[in-house]
Structure formats: structure tokens, C-alpha cells
Design a protein around this ligand. Structure first.
Ligand code: ATP
Length: 328
């Protein structure tokens, strides 16, 4: 569905010197440096996949999405989406994609939501029955009724995002690009949007590429994650493998039948001991083996195993540059 090979986007940035002489020098020499926002990227995405596209600020995520949606032309490399080149076959291409940028709306600011949606019907030449049935379905799922006659400028952020999602999908695109679709939303609004994206992916087999800094979006929606930084692809795989490779330690909380004075176990560290409750941390040993070792020596009342959360795994990767070399 999406094929990307050796894709790069470089920006030429003018150097800025301070002062009048420097400004003159700037003007005369037009000194520039090259910023490699996306650098030699290769990957492909199959129909129906939901992929989380992650990376720290400035990593090159939006630049990639802009190229994929045809808003930017690459410096070099190959990119096709559904067999089309996004910035060449514009008309045929936009019929195939839906785009939502969390930071800005594609709707008409002064028009009521429903009139904006009607305009999309004309722009995309959506047949009337198709438009009506899609609108009915999306209205119900996104709860648009309560604000469909309100001008876009007066909507809350969560309402605006719901209206934007509806607008992006009315023409039945096969691919949906989402750039920070839940940014700034409260937990309930986020949940509603995630449920809607899942529904669309499952019922219509829409391919979804999602950039977000909210990792619970990724956990709920994505079977696959790609991590980029400095324009390079650093990781491409699923969340469990990422956790296994870069996750922190797991925790085993044990409630003993009585307080034992010495509860050390080979393969685990004691993080906390509070009378008969002990918290162990472990990484290179199976939980079942650890439990076996403990139960051999002590009487146990209760056990809980806690996985490291994805948030701390990703933080660990960014902070320690764990993926910088060699690339996967
Ligand atoms: N039009 C442009 N001209 C010059 N530099 C640009 C332009 N667009 C993006 N950049 C630079 O390219 C790099 C990648 O930016 P991009 O917006 O793709 O990052 P991002 O991963 O989406 O970041 P964020 O999570 O902060 O949105 C940044 O250093 C940015 O300043």
C-alpha cells in the first residue's frame, strides 16, 4: 500500500548572523546549511496495517507525512502510496487518502460543521447515497449531532477533532494519515477518537499511519511501531519486541504468609520490603522461574507481576540514544 525507498527531504537553511555587516554578508554570500529532515528512509506498509510513527520533537515525522500526503516534494528517493506518486497524480491521489493534522483543521472556520462536510461532498464528488450513509455512521460514532450546526470556530478542541476525522473519511479513503490526532484532548475525548479509528480500521480495512507523542494511542491502536530520529529509521517492529529489547525491569510483588528476615533470591533484586510484602525487580529470568524459586523457600499468600510501561521504555530509548547505532 505504501512503498518508500531511500526517501530524503533536505531543507536549505540560511545562516543568520547578527549585526549590519553580518546581514550584508548574509545577503551577499547567501550562506546556507543543509538540514536533513528525512534521510534515506526505506519501509513499506501493507493494506489494513495500523502503524505508529514515533520519534522525539524534530525527528522528521511530519515531514514524512507531508511527503506521503503530497504536500512536500522529496529531495530524492521513491515514494508511492496505492501505486500513485502523491505529488504528481494529485486528483486521483487525494481521492485515496484522508489526512488529519491535530494542530490545524481542514474545515471552513466560519461555516457550520455540516456545511463544511457538504462542501467536501462536492469537492470529492461523493455520490449522495454514499455520503448520507457514511455521515449517518460517523455521526453516531463520533457524536456529531450535538454540534453539527455550530460554526467550526466555536467548537471545542475535541469536537473539532471529531469533525475533522469525519471530514477525512467521508470519501472512503483507503489510507488515513493522522498527525497528532489526540493532542490536547482529555482522556474521554481521546478514548472516543481511538475507538473511532479502530472501528474504521477494522470495518473498512483502512490503512492507518499515526504520529503521536501519546503512547497510549499507540498501545491501543498500533500493531507496529516505527521510531525515527534525525530523519533515520531506527526501529521497525511490534511493541512486545520493543519492550523486550529496551524495556526496563519487570516487578514481582509478593505477599508472604509471614515476615521472613532474609528473602533474597538469585536472579532478582529487592526494590522494597515492607513487613511481609516484598517487591522484586527482574529482567533476564522468566517470572515463572522466579516464582518457583521463591515458593520453594517461602509460603506465599499472593503475587502480582508488573510489566514495564511503554512510556518509560520510549523515554529510556530517547534519553540514552539507545537506537542510534547500528540501525535496525
Ligand atoms: N519547511 C521547513 N524548512 C526548514 N526546516 C524545516 C521545515 N520543515 C521542517 N523542518 C525541520 O525539519 C526537522 C524535522 O521536522 P518535523 O516537523 O518533520 O519533525 P517532527 O518529528 O514532526 O517533530 P514534532 O514531534 O516536534 O512535530 C526539524 O528540524 C524542523 O525544524
Amino acid at each position: 500500500m505504501i512503498e518508500i525507498e531511500n526517501l530524503s527531504k533536505h531543507f536549505s537553511i540560511r545562516k543568520h548572523h547578527q549585526g549590519a555587516f553580518a546581514a550584508w554578508k548574509n545577503f551577499v554570500t547567501r550562506e546556507a546549511t543543509l538540514l536533513k529532515a528525512v534521510d534515506d528512509l526505506t519501509f513499506s506498509i501493507k493494506k489494513g496495517e495500523t502503524v505508529g510513527y514515533l520519534g522525539p520533537n524534530g525527528a522528521g515525522k511530519s515531514t514524512t507525512i507531508k511527503m506521503m500526503s503530497g504536500l512536500l516534494v522529496p529531495t530524492s528517493g521513491h515514494l508511492t502510496v496505492g501505486g500513485l506518486v502523491p505529488w504528481k497524480n494529485r486528483k486521483a491521489y487525494v481521492a485515496n487518502i484522508g489526512v488529519v493534522f491535530g494542530q490545524r483543521t481542514t474545515l471552513w472556520w466560519d461555516l457550520p460543521v455540516i456545511e463544511s462536510l457538504e462542501l467536501f461532498r462536492h469537492i470529492y464528488r461523493i455520490p449522495a447515497p454514499r455520503f448520507a450513509s457514511n455521515l449517518k455512521e460517523f455521526e453516531a460514532l463520533l457524536g456529531l449531532q450535538e454540534f453539527k450546526n455550530t460554526p467550526v470556530r466555536s467548537l471545542s478542541l475535541g469536537q473539532r477533532m471529531r469533525a475533522d476525522l469525519c471530514a477525512a473519511l467521508l470519501h472512503d479513503p483507503q489510507i488515513l494519515f493522522l498527525d497528532e490526532p489526540t493532542i490536547g484532548l482529555d482522556i474521554l475525548a481521546k478514548e472516543r477518537i481511538r475507538e473511532f479509528i479502530l472501528h474504521v480500521n477494522q470495518q473498512r480495512e483502512t490503512t492507518v499511519l499515526l504520529t503521536t507523542h501519546d503512547l497510549s494511542d499507540v498501545q491501543t491502536l498500533c500493531q507496529r511501531v516505527m521510531i525515527i530520529d534525525h530523519g533515520h529509521l531506527l526501529y521497525d517492529g511490534n511493541i512486545p519486541s520493543l519492550q523486550k529489547r529496551f524495556g526496563g525491569e519487570r516487578e514481582l510483588i509478593v505477599d508472604f504468609a509471614e515476615p521472613y528476615p532474609e528473602v533474597s533470591i538469585p536472579g532478582a533484586r529487592i526494590r522494597q520490603q515492607d513487613r511481609s510484602r516484598v517487591t522484586y525487580t527482574f529482567k533476564d529470568i522468566a517470572a515463572s522461574e522466579l516464582i518457583r524459586r521463591i515458593s520453594k523457600r517461602f509460603n506465599i499468600l499472593d503475587l502480582t507481576v508488573k510489566e514495564p510501561d511503554i512510556e518509560s521504555t520510549i523515554r529510556n530509548i530517547y534519553q540514552h540514544d539507545l537506537l542510534s547505532a547500528p540501525p535496525v
